[in-house]
Structures are given as C-alpha cells and as structure tokens.
Design a protein around this ligand. Structure first.
Ligand code: PGA
Length: 266
C-alpha cells in the first residue's frame, strides 16, 4: 500500500498496490529458477512499475538462491506454502522462521492445490495465517469455488466462508499484510478463464464482505488478485476491472515472454 498526498485536496489517499505474482508450483529446477528470475529482473529493470509489485514463488529448493538473485532488483520472492509450527518433528515441512532466514517474507497460503491434494482445511489455514503474521510475513491468501459450486450458484457463499474461516479472526491492523487471491478452481490450469465480468463481480463481492467486517479503509486498501489461466491475451481486459488489482499466474509465469507481457498488461 502506498500513501500519497493529493495536493489539491490536502488529504492522504490510500492506493492499493497492483501485483503480478508468478506461482511456479512444482516446476523449474535450480538452474531454471535462477535463470528465470534473472530474466524477469532484467526485463522489468527499466520499467517505472509505479505502485506495482512483481513476485515469484519458486519451489523450496530454489528459494534461497532465487531470493539472493532477486535482492536489489524489482522482483520479490514468495514461498508456496509453510507449516504453522516453528520447528519440530514435522517431516518434510518448512517454518516461517526458516523462510525468513533465507530472505523470504511472503508466503502463498490456501492455494486450491494445497486444499485439494494435501487436505488443507480452513482451520489449518487459519493457523498458518497466524504463524505467518506472528513472523511479520506477508500472505497471499487464496480461495475460490469448484465448478459444481458455481453451477449450483453457491460460489459467493463458498468464497465468503473460505475468507471468513481463514481470515476474519484477525484484527484490522493485520490486514496490511494480507493480499487476497480469488482463484476459481475450474479456471486453474484448464485454459478456461473467468470472464472479466465474472471476476469483477466476485472481486466487488469480496471487497464488500471485507468492508462489512472491517470498514472501507481496510477493504479499499487490500489488493485482490485474480488467478486462473491468466495469459497475455486476456490479462489486459481482466486487469482493467476496477476491483481486480492484478493476478496470480501459474502456467504463463513459467515463460519469460508471457510473464513479461502480463506485467506489461498491468
Ligand atoms: P494457472 O494457475 O495460471 O496455470 O491457471 C494459476 C494458479 O494456480 O495460481
């Protein structure tokens, strides 16, 4: 969030950040990751990128190297997941303090693939949210309905309950570290995208439920990203919607030309 003073009105205006975040999922080995982050950093070096953030989320094994390559560039680095405990007998898991020790201050939580394939529930995610915030990390919190929910007209209800259960126990002040990502599951990796109107309708709804709970100031300042088959050919139109503040990009984030075009679209 960037605050600036409107000279004509003499008051402070909040402007939420635009964000393009690439979720690399289980793709790219170490060399590929280092090379991709280098290319991204180079491609945006001369762009003004006012109030716009570019984030990449590599796999755990590449995080440290990618974070050190990204240092001093306009690229920020996020983890794709983390455990809620600080340390202990949790084979295969990584904690917030470990992420921070390699220079990572952002974490994606609640991605639909984590929910679906790894059984992550709203209650578990709420614990992860608390652990991330306790460690002063920023969270990209994902949620979204499956196709059956949309077909049955339950999509608003599902999204509302995922947001409530994961985040509504927080105090208003914590929301400066929250980025929301609406990702309709039927649009992830399928080539099928929500129409810009469907995205705007849901994003406006999300902002409204946040406003109802926390007030307009929090709601107007939280960035709400859209995710699900964003590509160069549809990014501009989706990003042009007033409540869409950017995208969480999967497949198209793996290709420098596509990712660059999506950054240009914003
Ligand atoms: P996709 O993935 O762009 O490949 O649909 C988006 C995501 O899962 O974040």
């Amino acid at each position: 969030m960037i605050k600036f003073v409107d000279k004509t009105e003499h008051k402070t205006i909040n402007m939420r950040a635009k964000i393009v975040a690439g979720n690399w999922k289980m793709n790219n080995d170490l060399d590929e990751s280092k090379s991709l982050v280098k290319k991204i950093a180079k491609s945006i070096k001369k762009q003004p990128l006012e109030n716009t953030r570019v984030i990449v989320a590599p796999t755990y094994v590449s995080l440290q190297k990618v974070a050190s390559k990204a240092k001093g560039t306009k690229v920020e680095v996020a983890a794709q997941n983390m455990h809620f405990e600080k340390s202990g007998a949790f084979t295969g898991e990584i904690s917030a303090t470990m992420l921070k020790s390699v220079g990572v201050h952002i974490v994606i939580l609640g991605h639909s693939e984590r929910r679906e394939y790894f059984g992550e529930t709203d209650a578990l995610l709420a614990k992860k949210v608390d652990a991330a915030l306790a460690n002063k990390m920023e969270i990209i919190f994902c949620f979204g309905e499956v196709l059956a929910d949309r077909k049955a007209g339950n999509h608003f209800k599902v999204v509302e309950s995922q947001i409530k259960n994961g985040l509504f126990h927080l105090e208003a002040g914590a929301w400066k570290n929250i980025i929301l990502a609406y990702e309709p599951v039927w649009a992830i990796g399928t080539g099928e995208t929500a129409s810009p109107e469907q995205a705007q309708e849901m994003h406006a709804f999300i902002r409204k439920i946040v406003a109802d709970k926390y007030g307009n100031d929090v709601a107007e300042n939280v960035s709400v990203l859209y995710g699900g088959s964003v590509k160069p050919s549809n990014a501009r139109e989706i990003f042009s919607k007033p409540d869409v503040d950017g995208g969480l990009i999967g497949g198209a984030a793996l290709n420098i030309d596509d990712f660059k075009a999506i950054i240009e679209a914003i």
